[in-house]
Design a protein around this ligand. Structure first.
Ligand SMILES: [Cu+2]
Length: 144
C-alpha cells in the first residue's frame, strides 16, 4: 500500500502541468468599450493556447510585438484562430481594420521578459489611436 502511494505521488510530481486553452472574444462592443478584445489583458503560462473567437464580424488578429524567438501571428477575417504560446514574455496584438479604434490587446505569458519593448509598442499604438486612447496603457499596467 505504501509503495503504491509513493508511486502515485511520484507520478503526480513529475507529470507536466496541463496546458490551458484561453478564449479571447473579438467584439463590436464589450465591457471595455467599442471594437474590443475581451479580455483585453490575459495572463497565461508557457505552452498554453489562446483561441481568438470572432463573435462579431469584420475582425481578425495580428501580432505587433512578441518575445524574442516567438512566432508572429496573423489570422483571417471572421475565422476562429488558435495560437500556441511557448515563449515567455509579453505579446501585443491588434485587429488591423480597427487599429485606429485601439482594438488591441496584451497577453502576458509567464515572466514579462520583454516588458520594455512591449511597453514601447503599446505606447506607440495608444498614441496613434483615434478612439479608445489609453486602453493599452491600462492593459500594460496589469503586466507584472
Ligand atoms: Cu476589429
Amino acid at each position: 500500500m505504501k509503495k503504491i502511494l509513493f508511486t502515485l505521488l511520484l507520478a503526480a510530481a513529475t507529470a507536466p502541468a496541463f496546458a490551458a486553452n484561453h478564449e479571447i472574444k473579438m467584439l463590436d462592443n464589450g465591457k471595455d468599450g467599442s471594437m474590443v478584445f475581451e479580455p483585453g489583458f490575459l495572463k497565461a503560462q508557457p505552452g498554453d493556447t489562446v483561441t481568438f473567437v470572432p463573435v462579431h464580424k469584420g475582425h481578425w488578429v495580428q501580432s505587433k510585438a512578441v518575445p524574442a524567438g516567438a512566432k508572429e501571428f496573423l489570422s483571417k477575417e471572421n475565422e476562429k484562430f488558435t495560437v500556441k504560446l511557448d515563449k515567455e514574455g509579453v505579446y501585443v496584438y491588434t485587429c488591423p481594420p480597427h487599429r485606429m479604434m485601439n482594438m488591441s490587446g496584451i497577453i502576458q505569458v509567464g515572466k514579462a521578459v520583454n516588458k520594455a519593448k512591449a511597453q514601447a509598442a503599446a505606447d506607440e499604438m495608444d498614441k496613434r489611436a483615434m478612439q479608445n486612447k489609453g486602453r493599452l496603457k491600462k492593459y500594460m499596467q496589469a503586466v507584472k
